[in-house]
Design a protein around this ligand. Structure first.
Ligand code: XIL
Length: 475
């Protein structure tokens, strides 16, 4: 679609109102040039936010920039556990309420940050060793806090930073160590009960690089939550970047998470030295993903940043706009480009049931390791049996692993594996109306070895012969 571009001399409120009206009326979106970050983001239905410290609201420079430019607020520290529940059962919502009151008075929405985090956690919590006690303390904290702010929060960071750096696994924390892996799921379920209308996010840093183990760990968790109906609506990418800005494959990461059926948000953006190019690129990354709901920078002026001396924000110490500000404003106004190539399928995903065996194509032990050899197993609907066919003829499992013939072999009897999708012809399959699945590179058919029917029987490629062990149906 070609977008019309008109420049209107509208104040920020006018442009925002116009954008809201257009959305409400369901009109096709027309890009307008707005003069503030929040208004410009609103033109595409997004928000532009910042972290706010309650103690700075009385500063005139600070609050005038806040109210002119931003339409979403995250409390920088005031909704964290050490402020909200400094001792068991004693809740202090004063500083958080102050920020919410400011937001409501100025038409800004709020992100809630954060209910369960190992950081800024009082020692009375981190010293709990009994699982029943900690479970009840965690759930009471979530329920009390989310209930207190009910109706006033757009999205909650229910769990913050639960994964370990350089790993696909959770980090050690009192919650992980005492409650085990299930604490994240429990936190989300508790949050949903407390405020069914708020979006519930998982938030973390260093999950922007698609190739990072931590990114893959969080992706697997979100995929699993969606598959099992655990309530999760969004993933927050903190986006604390070095001077080079985002990793080059951040667009792929955002697209792949969005394809799981969650909103994605950039929640704590700051970039060392605030290169205008780097800021512009990050904003474009969000603009190119339809489910990227908005961007929050982690502070207003450089002097407000937690990254002392790195000058990572959009306004200088005096509150003047920096070059990065203009790059962000421009990028927010640009029409989205066709968007990053998600490695995730466009087709429906489901099981592939062997007609002869009645069992499903399955990755043993839910392995996600390249080279894992495939088998048939009782169809159970689990993620290691969910295959989707992409427009480029890949059969994808887990969103990023492809059904693959090892070493581009063309020999009958070669067992098939999963491998990171790479577009090779040994990863392309023709799914035919007669139920056969033919390897594009090998010309051979996907085949259950020896026409076996038992759990664990290997799956290979074999000369097509029309037998039932070479026919597959969708579950
Ligand atoms: C930071 C605040 O900006 C500081 O004021 C505070 O001293 C420490 O926490 N990830 C998060 C944020 O999720 O809550 C952190 O905020 C920055 C890193």
């Amino acid at each position: 679609m070609k977008r019309k571009r008109r420049v209107l001399a509208l104040g920020s409120i006018g442009a925002a109102a116009l954008a809201v009206a257009a959305v409400v009326a369901g009109l096709p979106s027309i890009a307008q040039a707005a003069s503030t970050l929040g208004a410009q983001a609103a033109v595409s239905g997004r928000y532009f936010g910042t972290a706010v410290a309650a103690g700075k609201l009385g500063n005139a420079t600070y609050s005038s920039i806040l109210d002119r430019e931003f339409n979403m607020i995250t409390a920088e520290n005031e909704m964290k556990w050490d402020t909200v529940e400094p001792s068991r059962g004693n809740f202090n919502f004063g500083p958080g309420d102050q920020i919410v009151a400011h937001a409501q008075a100025h038409g800004q929405r709020m992100r809630g940050h954060t209910t369960v985090w190992h950081g800024q956690l009082p020692s009375w919590v981190s010293s709990i060793t009994d699982a029943n006690t900690l479970r009840s303390v965690m759930n009471n904290h979530i329920t009390t806090e989310i209930t207190h702010f009910k109706g006033k929060i757009y999205a909650w960071d229910v769990v913050n930073e639960a994964f370990a750096d350089g790993s696909t696994q959770h980090r050690g924390s009192v919650f992980q160590n005492v409650l085990g892996n299930g604490f994240i799921e429990e936190a989300f379920r508790t949050a949903r009960s407390a405020d069914p209308a708020a979006k519930l996010c998982y938030n973390d840093y260093n999950i922007e690089d698609w190739n990072a183990a931590k990114t893959q760990g969080v992706y697997s968790m979100v995929r699993d939550f969606k598959a099992r109906g655990v309530p999760i609506d969004c993933v927050g990418f903190q986006s604390h970047f070095g001077s080079g800005g985002q990793p080059g494959n951040f667009p792929t990461t955002l697209a792949n998470f969005a394809a799981l059926g969650v909103d994605v948000q950039l929640t704590e953006l700051d970039i060392a030295q605030a290169s205008a190019t780097a800021y512009g690129n990050v904003v474009k990354t969000c603009m190119n993903v339809a489910r990227c709901a908005g961007i929050t920078v982690w502070g207003i002026r450089d002097s407000d940043s937690w990254r002392t001396g790195e000058n990572p924000l959009l306004f200088d110490n005096n509150g003047n706009k920096k070059a990065a500000y203009n790059a962000v404003l421009t990028a927010l106004g640009a029409a989205p480009s066709p968007g990053p190539s998600s490695t995730v399928s466009t087709g429906p995903s489901g099981g592939l049931r062997g007609v002869g065996s009645g069992r499903c194509l399955d990755v043993p032990s839910s392995s996600q390791t390249d080279g894992a050899l495939l088998q048939i197993w009782d169809c159970n609907g689990a993620a290691n049996q969910q295959w989707s066919l992409t427009a480029s003829n890949q059969l994808v499992v887990y969103g990023n692993k492809c059904l693959d013939v090892p070493g581009r072999a063309t020999t009958a009897g070669t067992r098939v594996e999963i491998w990171t999708c790479n577009g090779g012809t040994n990863q392309q399959w023709r799914v035919n109306a007669d139920g056969t699945v033919v390897g594009v590179g090998s010309g051979l058919c996907l085949d259950v070895t020896g026409a076996g029917t038992g759990n664990g029987t290997a799956v290979e490629i074999w000369t097509c012969n029309g037998a039932a062990n070479q026919k597959w149906s969708r579950t």
